[in-house]
Design a protein around this ligand. Structure first.
Ligand SMILES: [Zn+2]
Ligand SMILES: [Zn+2]
Length: 169
């Protein structure tokens, strides 16, 4: 089956918008990311709009991501949603130079690549369990989100130390 939207209905009328809903999995769309795992269902909900020049697909992807926090090394499972809005044009129509447009053959638009690429492009360079995750103590390894371990974590700036050495002379 896959995630395919037919333009025959929306294509019949300018400005007409039709809703679509799909459910897929990471496995079905070959979604593999270094950033984490997407287990379970991936829900895709959106609309297709006939703009006259192209078909605009807009919507939201909802999934569950499991990942390891880069700072505290904890394992987390959290819901994620990703917005998309892309224009599609039938192959063979004008405007072939327009690089902002995706092309499709026949009268069916396959959303597989769109969904996969939207999720991949939205992944952060670093996974954090929360923006202010305090991470692990470099001395004793305690999770600082659970409270302070009491270690003296002051690390002298080597440039400052060198300067202080000069001033003492
Ligand atoms: Zn964390
Ligand atoms: Zn410590």
């Amino acid at each position: 089956m896959g995630m395919k939207v037919s333009i025959t209905e929306s294509g019949a009328e300018l400005g007409r918008s039709l809703a679509f809903v799909f459910t897929t999995t990471a496995e079905k769309i070959d979604l593999v990311s270094d950033s984490g795992c997407f287990d379970g269902a991936i829900a895709v909900e959106g609309t297709i709009l006939n703009t006259g020049r192209s078909f605009r697909l807009e919507g939201l992807i909802r999934c569950t991501k499991s990942f390891t926090c880069d700072r505290c090394l904890g394992h987390f499972v959290a819901p994620r949603s990703y917005y998309f809005a892309e224009d599609f044009q039938q192959n063979g129509t004008d405007d072939e130079a327009n690089s902002a447009v995706n092309f499709f053959d026949g009268d069916v638009i396959d959303l597989t690549a769109l969904v996969r690429d939207t999720i991949l492009a939205a992944q952060p360079l670093r996974n954090l369990c929360r923006p202010d995750c305090r991470g692990l103590c470099p001395k004793c390894g305690a999770d600082l989100n659970q409270g302070d371990c009491g270690c003296d974590r002051f690390v002298a700036d080597p440039r400052l130390a060198a300067l202080q050495g000069l001033l003492k002379k």
